[in-house]
Ligand binder design. Structure first.
Ligand code: SAM
Length: 397
């Protein structure tokens, strides 16, 4: 069994609630890369158990503050709790999809695990989650009461380089090359919807599961509306809007492949007649449309992360400002802007400021009436602000 000793500052940080300890705050360590280690204070008192990374700036990721070393039963209980949470949310219908494990927030540092119908896709981001991958998967499979015929390890994120880990895409069960169909079950007043996912080619683990609730929220303003879905990816904001009675919906994305999937998704849901696609650079295209006098009642802008590090925040804010200005210029008076940011370095307040300033420059008042994040299957650990990344503002202008 390995152990790591913290500096006084490291101990303080851990006791303040943050689950990550940086390498600078570890004064001694005896452990294999990726191992579970006993964490000790400078006076050797026990602080908990953590996963050790030998290469990363984040040397320790806390697993538990308990005395006892986590064994299989510990992980099984964690997996059961994570699955029970999704079950309580009504997300485990037979062909539905959701995030099953959301890294530190579910107590599995470094790992995300998504379910698409009968397939699981995981992404491991650190040495510890690589080392524990198979055990954690077994525990989740024990906790799940839905059949799983395929499992894909899509640990192809560039962030793995911080840990000097290779990128890999590996089928662990039931390889499949064809896209699969997800059927989002009807819930409350949100009708059922189906869509296609390519596990190997799609973004992230195949799809943007985090926007599910926000799509339904946006669709409340779609009845009779002309809708623009910019950065649409596979068009699910647009399909939801069309299902909710939009007059017509336009998807703009730079990826032809994603747009064609959006068309197929519209067909699947019987709204192909309402949905158009255009392959464009949305930043330029929105400005040109406004100049041509195009107007919409609902505009959705959900761009990729503009800031991937703290250094990029200033430039990102200029980007959000400009993008939202162009989106607002396209809106009829009293139109609704749905504006998202997935840059986790851009906090809520400064994102909202960028929208407020953009509206001001267009001579409009931005009235924010909803301000959300990712869906409830993507919990955020309150002590780990880094786990909150998605912001979505609903604004009348
Ligand atoms: C965060 S995803 C959008 C997710 C989507 N709204 C959903 O609900 O699934 C960002 C999308 O922006 C597209 N994209 C990136 N840069 C772009 C650009 N300059 N113009 C148009 N699309 C762009 C990507 O192809 C990707 O599909």
């Amino acid at each position: 069994m390995g152990h790591a000793v913290l500096s006084g500052r490291g101990r303080k940080r851990l006791l303040s609630g943050h689950p990550w300890i940086y390498a600078d705050d570890v004064t001694a360590v005896e452990a294999e890369a990726g191992a579970l280690v006993a964490v000790r204070a400078p006076d050797e008192s026990h602080l908990g158990w953590a996963l050790f990374s030998s290469k990363s700036r984040i040397a320790l990721r806390l697993v538990t503050r308990a005395e006892e070393e986590p064994q299989r039963a510990f992980w099984r209980l964690r997996a059961q709790r994570a699955v029970a949470h999704r079950r309580a949310l009504g997300l485990l219908a037979p062909r539905d999809a959701c995030r099953l494990l959301s890294g530190d927030a579910d107590g599995f540092p470094g790992l995300v695990l998504d379910r698409y119908a009968d397939a699981l896709v995981l992404q491991s981001g650190c040495q510890g989650s690589d080392a524990f991958r198979d055990l954690w998967l077994e525990c989740v499979l024990e906790a799940l009461d839905v059949p799983v015929t395929s499992i894909l390890d899509r640990s192809d994120s560039s962030t793995r380089t911080h840990e000097e880990l290779e990128q890999r895409v590996e089928w662990l069960r039931g390889e499949r090359s064809e896209p699969l169909e997800v059927q989002e079950a009807a819930r409350h007043d949100v009708p059922a919807l189906s869509y296609e996912v390519s596990l190997t080619e799609g973004h992230k683990t195949g799809h943007y599961l985090d926007q599910r609730e926000n799509r339904a929220r946006a669709a409340r303003f779609a009845r009779g509306a002309r809708v623009l879905d910019a950065f649409s990816y596979d068009g699910l904001f647009a399909v939801r809007a069309a299902l909710a009675g939009a007059k017509d919906v336009l998807c703009i994305d730079q990826s032809q492949e994603a747009l064609e999937r959006a068309l197929r998704n519209a067909e699947r849901n019987g709204v192909a007649g309402k949905l158009r696609i255009e392959k464009k650079n949305a930043m330029h295209d929105l400005r040109e449309r406004a100049a041509r006098g195009e107007r919409y009642e609902l505009v959705i802008v959900d761009p990729p992360a503009f800031a991937r590090s703290r250094r990029e925040v200033e430039g990102a804010l200029r980007g959000y400002h400009e993008l939202n200005r162009r989106a607002i210029a396209l809106l009829e008076p009293e139109g609704v802007l749905v504006s998202a940011s997935c840059s986790h370095n851009v906090g809520r307040d400064i994102f909202l400021n960028a929208i407020a300033d953009a509206a001001l420059e267009e001579g409009r008042a931005a009235r924010v009436f909803d301000y959300t994040g990712a869906g409830p299957d993507h919990p955020v650990l309150a002590n780990l602000p880094e786990s909150e990344y998605l912001k979505c503002a609903f604004v009348r202008v």
